[in-house]
Write a protein that binds this ligand. Structure first.
Ligand SMILES: [Zn+2]
Length: 421
């Protein structure tokens, strides 16, 4: 039997639908295509029709009895949120480091003392695959509770072939077993593991000669990401790794200019990266190069907040023609959150995005950053029935009543997976 979901009478149905293709820039980011008294008809997980309630009542007048109806009167309805940058599949947690940082230690000091990424690497190497599945599943459940229906997930806490593959296999398993769509990124170049200290070039060779072929052979990743930063990977090393990944069909992404200006934004444009991440210290030239190349800026204001840093210049990037997406950066050291609504709030508060730009950055543009825009990120016929019904009446409230989870119901592929009504 056909499974039909019919959501009616939304006070605002923000469809995010636009005729143009590709990531949105400038004023297009403000156009979230609101239908008042909006209605969505979903059949077997796929959106069939979108319009006003009156239009859909007319269109489906002979089939209304087949549908499970949700009355969304007084509520905002949006696409499921998309988180295009997470490190969700990690072992352990690092709340004690958080305490140390608050007592004055910097992120780099903690990392150089064997903490940070290295501590999580040890815990992830030691975790059995099943344990890692269970830990990651709990985080994905939390994402769903915050209205997130698609996430990207990176490896990069293995830093050896065996554990990198383990992380990617965990994500592959969860893609099959969990309602959330999880899009995998290989990030062997997240840090230089301690056993390669002083032999960084050898580690780069190891990534290129052993990790990339194995990841490609098992078809475990779509993207290839590097941490291009002073003291981690140089722009030259990053370029070598990304160009090598391209030969296996892996699309480049770059953690760029987070801690110091280092030419990461420029490199993203040069290698044709789909997105550059963080960009707290990106240069004006780098931002201009990204605008010209159409590279998506994936901005992570919760990370900046958690590290007590100034957020990236999101306002300036949008005004300069860079397509902007936002993300939690969910990871155990610098942003252990799963709340995309909070990230939208911070995009407005600390980067001066408008409420509608923040919603675009967390849905359609976020989908573009992980090449999922044909399936998710907007409410349009033919796309997956990934929908959030919020306990508020309009999109401004979503960003204004900040720090609160307003999710009421979530559908993933037409199945109600969260119900707080
Ligand atoms: Zn990251």
């Amino acid at each position: 039997m056909t499974n039909i979901v019919w959501i009616k009478h939304a006070s605002q149905l923000a469809t995010l639908a636009q005729p143009s293709k590709g990531p949105r820039i400038k004023d297009d980011m403000n156009n979230i295509s609101i239908i008042r008294d909006g209605s969505v008809w979903i059949e077997d997980g796929i959106i069939q029709a979108v319009g006003t309630t009156r239009q859909l009542e007319e269109q489906f007048k002979d089939r209304a009895h087949e549908a499970v109806i949700t009355d969304a009167k007084g509520h905002l309805v949006t696409p499921g949120l998309v988180d295009p940058h997470t490190h969700v599949a990690y072992g352990g947690s690092r709340e004690r480091e958080f305490e140390r940082r608050l007592q004055g230690a910097t992120y780099m000091e903690i990392m150089n003392a064997g903490g940070g990424i290295h501590a999580t690497t040890t815990m992830t190497r030691e975790a059995k695959e099943e344990e890692l599945v269970q830990q990651t599943k709990r985080r994905l459940d939390s994402f769903l509770q915050h209205g997130v229906t698609t996430v990207e997930g990176k490896s990069g806490y293995g830093l050896n072939l065996e554990t990198e593959l383990k992380q990617l296999r965990v994500m592959k398993r969860l893609q099959a077993e969990h309602p959330i769509d999880i899009i995998p990124t290989f990030m062997g170049a997240h840090a230089v593991p301690t056993e390669y200290k002083g032999r960084e070039e050898e580690y780069v060779d190891y990534i290129i000669n052993e990790m990339l072929p194995a990841v490609s052979n098992e078809k475990l990743a779509v993207f290839n990401d590097v941490f291009c930063e002073v003291g981690v990977f140089t722009p030259e090393q990053s370029e070598r790794i990304l160009e090598a990944g391209k030969k296996y069909g892996l699309i480049p992404k770059i953690h760029a200019d987070e801690i110091e200006p280092y030419g990461g934004a420029e490199l993203a444009a040069k290698v044709g990266a789909i997105s550059a991440e963080h960009l707290l210290k990106a240069s004006d030239e780098g931002i201009a190069a990204m605008a010209k190349a159409g590279t998506i800026a994936c901005l992570l204001p919760a990370t900046a907040l958690f590290l007590r840093e100034q957020a990236a210049e999101g306002r300036k990037m949008i005004d300069g023609g860079v397509p902007v997406a936002i993300s939690t950066d969910c990871n155990p050291g610098s942003s252990p959150t799963t709340s995309m609504p909070l990230v939208m709030n911070l995009a407005c508060i600390s980067m001066r995005l408008t409420p509608s730009e923040a919603l675009t950055a967390a849905t359609y543009n976020a989908a573009c950053a992980i090449q999922m825009e044909d399936k998710v990120g907007s409410i349009e016929p033919g796309k997956q029935g990934d929908i959030v019904l919020w306990d508020i009446a309009n999109y401004q409230e979503l960003q204004y009543l900040f720090g609160v989870n307003h999710v009421r119901s979530v559908w993933k592929k037409g199945v109600k997976v969260i119900d707080r009504s």
